[in-house]
Design a protein around this ligand. Structure first.
Ligand code: 5GP
Ligand code: ZN
Length: 120
């Protein structure tokens, strides 16, 4: 838990979110400003500020986040048509929440580049 971190507050249920999956390592919830019909954030319970901060000990956790992305994609029935998983790392990538998270996007063709959760 990192004081002032919005995703830590969602994980601790201090802040509301539409949670679609949770286990002992990650929580997944709907993005408040969706860029696609399905836009879910997969967030580790551990506060890691960005991808740049992952350590060797986090490798299994980062792998698990991807397995959960697949599971959520199946739950939302977008696995056959396909989906995109992305991580913004740092300011040039448009990262605004400094708690590591995967964006899972799908539900329509994603032909353009998506940055900051929005198409450009
Ligand atoms: P980033 O640019 O850091 O990769 O993306 C952060 C994402 O978190 C954005 O797509 C934004 O809409 C989403 N977000 C920011 N604050 C909240 C919040 O309080 N609740 C939810 N559900 N999503 C949030
Ligand atoms: Zn946090």
């Amino acid at each position: 838990m990192s004081a002032g971190c919005v995703f830590c507050k969602i994980i601790s249920r201090e802040l509301d979110a539409d949670i679609v999956y949770a286990d002992d390592q990650v929580v997944a919830f709907k993005d408040i400003n969706p860029a696609a019909p399905v836009h879910i954030l997969i967030v580790p319970r551990k506060h890691i500020p960005s991808l740049l901060d992952i350590k060797q000990e986090d490798e299994a956790l980062v792998g698990h986040m991807h397995t959960v992305a697949n599971e959520v994609a199946r739950a939302f029935k977008i696995e056959k048509n396909g989906y995109r998983v992305l991580i913004n790392c740092g300011s040039d990538a448009g990262q605004i929440v400094f708690h590591l998270h995967l964006h899972l996007l799908g539900g329509r063709p994603l032909l353009q580049t998506i940055a900051k959760g929005k198409e450009v």
